[in-house]
Design a protein around this ligand. Sequence first.
Ligand SMILES: *Cc1c(COP(=O)(O)O)cnc(C)c1O
Ligand code: SF4
Length: 352
Amino acid sequence: MITAAPAHAPQKAVLTLPADRWQAHWRQAIRVPSELLAELGLVPEDVGVSAEALAQFPMRVPRGFVARMRHGDPADPLLRQVLPINEEMQVVPGFSFDAVGDSQAKKATGVIQKYQGRALLVATGSCAIHCRYCFRRHFDYAEENAAKGGWQEALAAIAADTSIDEVILSGGDPLSLATSKLAELTDALAAIGHVKRLRIHSRLPVVLPERVDEDLLRWLGTVPWPVAFVIHANHANEFDASVDAAMARLRGTGAQLLNQAVLLRGVNDDLATLAELSERSFAAGVLPYYLHQLDRVQGVAHFEISDERALSLHAGLMARLSGYLVPKLVREIAGDTSKRPMQGPGYELASA
Ligand SMILES: *Cc1c(COP(=O)(O)O)cnc(C)c1O
Ligand code: SF4
């Protein structure tokens, strides 16, 4: 609604029109390492910034996420997740370009099905933040997203397979898309009777909580299925009051909030940090879901911890926390019928 502004209205009110708010935050992300470091009172020599790594996978960090980093700390766990550094250029045997077998599991353009009943839509290749440990650093999603052409190919693939009862919006980050684009999909999905659940995998409520706006909430409140909303936070410091507010608003739609985290050396590979992550997530209304052992793609080896260490950390969490605060420790193995739990029968240490 546009109303004539009174003569004394401050200029600012005109510059922050609500319809464009999250997109404005998106555009203001920091993309230059020296600028990010200057914000934190650091210089590139403190941290071994790599121009080559930057060229391979551009840096992108929303300013609100930067604000949660510790000033003057080159080892800050949030900074480490986003800064392109020399270690990424090490070529390490056993680290490939398609570690999780996505290219084999393609069902249609942008539709990946690896597990019974669940179709995963690569809704877009865009993310608000670029996480250095992510397998998507090597993926060209330009042609591979399910939203292209009004979702038609994805919708046809889902409609044709009555065994699919859950649709997972993933990416990239599906909330990079305009809410109207998401509504276009769910409106069409509503006509497919065998779809019973909607799942959204998004890091945006954590890294750009402004994305959880009225439009998004209205859309989530009207989809005809129960919704599982899987966020992604690796460290308790990723939560602040703005993130808490976004989670409360999401929960208000009735969505079940879950967190998946990745075990990352130098970020969260100690017991106290992981315990705090679970407790902090729960305080924000989010249950721990998965703790992933890293996907082994080129450029991320410096983040890896051994399986023995991962198992020992997980055992430590079990000994310390309420059962519902302990995420499942899993690794993704190409060709498996589920994420592979890293303990109990059937799991063999993959360190050989
Ligand atoms: C991880 C993943 C899922 C979801 O698995 P859950 O164990 O149900 O969380 C679904 N499809 C693909 C392709 C995945 O990689
Ligand atoms: S897909 Fe998720 S983990 Fe990967 S860069 Fe995007 S937000 Fe980060």
